[in-house]
Design a protein around this ligand. Structure first.
Ligand SMILES: Cc1cc2nc3c(=O)[nH]c(=O)nc-3n(C[C@H](O)[C@H](O)[C@H](O)COP(=O)(O)OP(=O)(O)OC[C@H]3O[C@@H](n4cnc5c(N)ncnc54)[C@H](O)[C@@H]3O)c2cc1C
Length: 491
């Protein structure tokens, strides 16, 4: 630990970014306390059990594990004493209504070979397209992922200047769908690449093609499975945080961030007020302002940015094992354009939704009883603007079951022995995410990255923000980077 002795830091929220920020601040020598409204850590990255089945409630696809490892190394611990993971290959199995089944393999060559076999598109066309996504990644990572976009001095570093000077090459002026159609030719391959817009809750028909860095990361850099499931990321980081002296206060919602003369003074809890030198809010940015900073100047333009999509998840205990399913499975809708129009224009659920089925018991058999599987069955839906969710869920469940039956040639309903359902309202209540949007602001326009809230307050000294609703955005790796950018801004 360095020597910021006696300085104190409050972190509001034990989401993955809050936990990472607490570890980084502790390593800077601060006395760190994490206040968490729930009785458990992890926020969206949490777990529940039901009748012998265990479920990861949120994220299921894990990329860039190096950012988790980095926190152990920073704390002078061996990551492998806390946390392990293995690389997946194949990563996904895709199912289409016409009976086509395609696996997504790791690595440009293997990926292109399978896709070419199944679609007839030349392998070289596919690898060329992946090369293009790699170039975009190399030009954008420093600009958009590793630094604050809101500090003027950052624009003068070599890597960032290079990224900005090459703005024309990062494909920001085409939508993902436009670029994918031009570069990949086959409708199924285009749909596979378009799907990556959903990784930050956006529509491929609106989001800039710069987001094609997401398939690059997953296909080329790889996707992983953490030993014991996704929740082991939360568990191992909380263990690390506690080992280095971070304090956690669970069941302790922060009610207000106390400000005095444009400077943070501390946090207000139900029955007390505590002083801190630094406050980092990992609470969703919109609600940080609305609920914890009601008297502060509100960044209206930022707060009013359109929010991302949400999800309905049926966590099903299934009394059967399916040999033809993998850890990650996608059952595609026939008309993707209509599906996204339903979500983002009509604010409702398409009657033929793309279904994602994640089954961790394929890798962690103890997640389900013998001969059974734990299905995390997810569809993209609009965020909460007061829809009749009871009715929508009833219809969506019927449509999901019909589609699973049709594509997997099964009658799934009799095998469902238990069920938990999450919808945008549950996500909102459980994690304080505004409107139940899973990924903060949507990226449905080419300037979205610049319109996310900075990692610091421009108005209030010593107040910082981290997590999926601020720069650089949502997902486990980006939330870990958010914590890094935030804490690096703190002298
Ligand atoms: C269904 C689903 C699927 C996803 N799939 C993936 C995926 O496959 N891969 C991936 O990388 N990402 C995925 N994500 C996104 C990823 O989970 C999130 O981006 C990330 O976990 C968000 O972390 P966060 O640190 O922003 O905080 P959150 O997880 O939003 O947690 C915030 C925490 O703050 C607490 N809090 C809020 N207000 C207060 C307060 N006033 N006082 C005290 N505590 C407070 C909350 O209780 C919560 O614990 C998915 C998310 C969901 C929901």
């Amino acid at each position: 630990m360095s020597s910021t002795k006696n300085k104190s830091c409050a972190v509001i929220g034990a989401g993955i970014s809050g936990i990472a920020a607490s570890i980084r601040m502790r390593n800077k020598g601060y006395e760190v306390t994490v206040f968490e409204a729930n009785s458990f850590a992890g926020g969206k990255l949490s777990t529940e059990s039901n009748k012998g089945y265990r479920f990861d409630m949120g994220p299921s696809v894990f990329t860039m594990p190096e950012y988790v490892d980095e926190l152990f190394l920073l704390s002078k611990k061996n990551p492998r004493d806390y946390f392990n993971y293995k690389q997946l290959n194949p990563v996904y199995r895709y199912f289409f209504e016409n009976g086509n089944v395609v696996d997504s393999f790791h690595g440009k060559r293997e990926y292109a070979a399978e896709m070419s076999k199944k679609t007839g598109v030349l392998e070289s066309t596919i690898t060329k397209y992946l090369d293009k996504t790699e170039k975009i990644y190399n030009l954008t990572a420093e600009v958009f992922l590793h630094n604050s976009l809101h500090k003027f001095k950052n624009y003068f570093t070599k890597a960032i200047a290079k990224g900005l000077l090459n703005f024309g090459k990062i494909d920001a002026f085409n939508t993902m769908n436009e670029s994918n159609k031009k570069g990949l030719l086959h409708p199924e391959l285009v749909q596979i690449f378009n799907r990556y817009a959903t990784y930050n809750g956006s529509s491929p028909f609106l989001a800039p093609a710069t987001l094609n860095v997401i398939p690059y990361i997953e296909i080329v850099k790889g996707a992983y499975y953490p030993e014991g499931g996704m929740y082991s990321i939360t568990e191992s980081l909380v263990r690390l945080a506690k080992d280095i002296g971070v304090k956690f206060e669970f069941n302790t919602p922060v009610e207000e961030i106390v400000i005095e003369q444009k400077k943070v003074k501390g946090v207000k809890l139900k029955n007390s007020e505590l002083n801190f030198d630094i406050v980092i809010s990992n609470m969703d940015m919109y609600n940080s302002y609305k609920k914890l900073l009601p008297k502060a100047k509100q960044p209206i333009k930022t707060l009013n940015q359109p929010k991302s999509s949400s999800g309905i998840i049926f966590y099903w205990g299934i009394k059967k094992q399916f040999e033809n399913l993998k850890l990650h499975n996608i059952l595609f809708s026939e008309n993707y354009k209509e599906e996204f129009d339903s979500i983002f224009s009509k604010k409702t659920i398409h009657d033929d939704p793309t279904i994602y089925i994640n089954i961790t018991s394929k890798y962690t058999p103890s997640d389900a009883p013998d001969g059974c599987e734990n299905w995390f069955t997810f569809i993209n839906v609009p965020n909460n603007s007061g829809q009749n969710w009871g009715e929508l869920i009833k219809i969506a469940k019927q449509n999901v079951i019909k589609k699973i039956n049709r594509i997997l040639k099964v009658d799934i309903e009799p095998y469902i022995e238990c069920e938990i359902i999450f919808d945008p309202r549950v996500i909102e209540n459980r994690t304080s995410s505004a409107f139940g949007a899973i990924y903060g602001n949507s990226s449905n326009n080419k300037f979205a990255a610049f319109l996310r809230h900075p990692n610091f307050s421009k108005e209030i000294n010593n107040l910082y923000f981290c997590g999926g609703s601020v720069h650089p955005g949502s997902s486990i790796p980006l939330c870990l980077l958010s914590a890094k950018i935030t804490t690096e801004l703190i002298q």
